[in-house]
Ligand binder design. Structure first.
Ligand SMILES: C[S@@+](CC[C@H](N)C(=O)[O-])C[C@H]1O[C@@H](n2cnc3c(N)ncnc32)[C@H](O)[C@@H]1O
Length: 220
């Protein structure tokens, strides 16, 4: 990991409580919005899942899925692994954790039919997201889905001001605590569309400040 890689280690144990104190259950609801759509997945690539709340729920809900979870933070991955083990006794055989900076990561495995990124793409720039999607494409099945949760800035009104304030505050906190140098949400939708994904479904939380989206690789 180079010195530019953000370091979320110090947040790993407190992360869940920081989230509940700031957004209550809303991020959690957003994160799990498309969980039922992951029921058919057999090989999932989970990007920047942090403390593993999604990974654990996915593995419990879908006993057939194998998960590769990639995160730069060793401490986050340790919490993720512990959480998966406490909900799934067979987690050792179904979960593979990979500590890597996703800005340079190329999967060695193939045939992922599910990619998941919850509140992670906002740690990347436009160019980082484009390059990541490009590198992942050869490792995805033709009908792979990508489940995304993200912050979103509504087009106008009070909600726009509230969203801008929330997002700015979060970037400030992550800059101070994790050395995250990104300061705006990337245009991941463009990166996805440019590479043949289309948005099949989406849902808003907190008046549009949070978005849950399901992207699919080809039109059907
Ligand atoms: C804001 S947290 C989101 C955690 C979780 N997905 C959630 O839903 O709350 C971002 C996570 O992405 C990881 N991360 C940030 N930048 C990364 C990078 N360049 N490569 C790999 N992981 C990264 C952090 O270590 C952290 O676990």
């Amino acid at each position: 990991m180079d010195t530019n890689t953000p370091n979320f280690d110090s947040l790993a144990r407190a992360y869940r409580w920081m989230e509940y104190c700031s957004f209550g259950p809303m991020l959690e609801r957003c994160r799990f919005h498309f969980l039922s759509r992951c029921a058919q997945a057999r090989h999932a690539l989970v990007l920047g899942d942090g403390d593993g709340r999604f990974t654990a729920r996915l593995m419990a809900a879908n006993p057939a899925v194998q998960v590769d979870a990639v995160d730069a933070s060793a401490a986050m991955l340790a919490v993720l692994q512990g959480r998966a083990q406490s909900c799934c006794p067979d987690a050792d055989t179904r979960l593979h954790t990979i500590q890597a900076d996703l800005r340079g990561f190329t999967p060695t495995d193939k045939d992922y039919d599910l990619v998941v990124s919850h509140f992670f793409l906002d740690c990347l720039t436009d160019d980082d997201v484009s390059a990541l999607v490009e590198r992942l494409l050869p490792a995805l099945t033709e009908d792979a889905i990508w489940v995304v949760s993200e912050f979103s800035i509504p087009k106008k009104g009070l909600r726009r001001a509230a969203a801008r304030l929330a997002v700015r505050s979060l970037y400030f906190v992550f800059f101070v605590l994790a050395r995250l140098r990104v300061d705006r949400i990337p245009d991941y939708a463009k990166a996805f569309r440019d590479r043949g994904f289309h948005r099949r479904e989406d849902a808003e939380y907190l008046g549009g400040i949070l978005t849950a989206e399901l992207w699919k690789r080809r039109t059907d």
